[in-house]
Design a protein around this ligand. Sequence first.
Ligand code: ATP
Length: 592
Amino acid sequence: MDDTLDLNAAKDAVITMVNSNTYKKNIFENYGSILPVVSITTNFPIQKSIADEFTLNRKQRTAFMIITSHLDGDSRCRTGDNSDQLIMCIPGCGGTGKSQLIRALTKYFLVTKRTQMMRKLAPTGIAAAEIGGMTIHSFLGEQRNSGKPRTIKAGDLKLEKEWRLIEYLLIDEMSMVGLTLLAKLNRIISAAKHVDPQIPFGGVNVIFFGAYLQYRPVYDAPMHTDSTLLSKKKSTKLPTEKEIQQRVARSLILQINCVLKLTQQMRTEDIRYLQLLERLRHGQCNYDDYELLMTRVVGQPSVGSLRDSPWNKAPILVFRNEVRTQLNCKAAIHNATQSGCTPTVCVAQDTCKGKPIEDPTLMKKLLELSDSKTERLPGLLPFVPGMPVILTQNIAIELSLINGINGIFRQLVYQPDSMSTDVLSQAFPNNTQYVHRPLYALIEIARSKIKCNLEEVQPKLVPIPLMEQTFRVDVTDILPKGKKSTSNGKAILSIKRRALPFVPAYCITTHKSQGQTLNKVVIDLKLLNETDDIVAVYVPLSRVKRLTDLIILRQFDYKVLVIKPSKSQIAEIERLDKLYLDTQTRFPDWFQ
Ligand SMILES: Nc1ncnc2c1ncn2[C@@H]1O[C@H](COP(=O)(O)OP(=O)(O)OP(=O)(O)O)[C@@H](O)[C@H]1O
């Protein structure tokens, strides 16, 4: 009975009104379009059949009913604050079925012919692909690091057209959405919809999905940041524009008026391990949990050797990009040697002010930089057929050729060149062959959406071209003695790089692993000295379905299992818990 809907509630839901949002009437009038005829519709059978088709569990169903009934104008969903605007949060840790719920909602919008009213957004390409949506940046028409924000002008017809029909935004992976980005989204919707800037998100209904115990946005403040912490300066100083925007965004988050926590684990069957993860989230693991995890440390009798299957094919998760790059190089060279191939490395083409880099010291420094410092284009890319790789750029989002997607390297197509084969890096053996003129690589990407009717061409074998990026690098340390640096003591060069946009994936950072379910994984729980973020422990441990799917590289301290969430994380969790109780009181039928 748990998963079935209450029939009385069903009868109440049968009569619904379409487009009964009164304050949005003005918007339709502004455009001179014909007001939709207020229709009375009986959508409950559709709601039920879609909830059944996606086998939604009780809480997924409740969330589904709240959102779809709000869409249908059900009066019970329109008695809250903000002129009945739905600003909803659906927190749930990995595997609680958030993506499944989004799939069911998408179907409802589709079947009821209202797809145009909804957009699905996520902060990263990989998260956007997971739900068939777009990144927030590309939706806002901005390049991530271009430094050129889209200007918002009154009467921007293109902007108005883009937003004209949109009334619902589903935003996934909220932990990675920063306050500055959210403020920008808010400003753009307000301008596009011509509504009072006081109305959050221009009156558009917004539903956030995700978990707070995930890595935070890289260059932005997380959504749960306490407003009082948003200014580091003395209170006498005027806040910067960025601080003001972040405070505005935080005040938007405080307007969330409906919360539904997803708690039923849909991915993992290992109950004992689930309980451990639940305690871990609160920093409350006990000694039994520690002993259980210690049985998975390499060297224990129950754990096989790292050299043997399945662990020799499992990705290793590490914390630092430099360690990742080194381990990947070692693994690629080792595998090439094992399979009798000459170790081969593809070399990036770097230029400065249009001229190729010729100075050997500078060339070596640039090529050895971790790709995390070069706009994610690797300087030296070792390769061997069969190597797991991960794309580092968005090539074609609609085809799922996006930053973060996995593939298998099959072949490099390149022009032979006459450049010297001097050793470019000590990281590679002396007999390494360097390829300076690559054309493209053939990568097998199982999740790509490319279709191909040619019999001889495998549809999942994708040609990946070279890409170009510009990055800045501090070269003060390699300046010849006596050469002057700038007044602040630094010499910065702007380098343009052309290179293949992928890296080996024998080893990935825990940060990159966020949001992925891995079949088998090797993890490290020895944290970097300064780390006291629970996320660094929780993310690697929660990538698998069962404890037996992971092994731990080395011994670790008990104390890493009792790191507490931060004050602002706890405060936000408590605030959402309270709103969740309010939501249950507001929709008693659907919570029965
Ligand atoms: N109601 C359901 N019925 C059947 N399978 C489900 C249901 N909900 C989720 N699943 C399955 O459980 C797995 C995890 O669900 P899903 O990917 O939606 O979780 P998630 O909360 O989005 O996880 P993550 O945050 O890690 O992406 C998926 O394989 C999904 O198909």
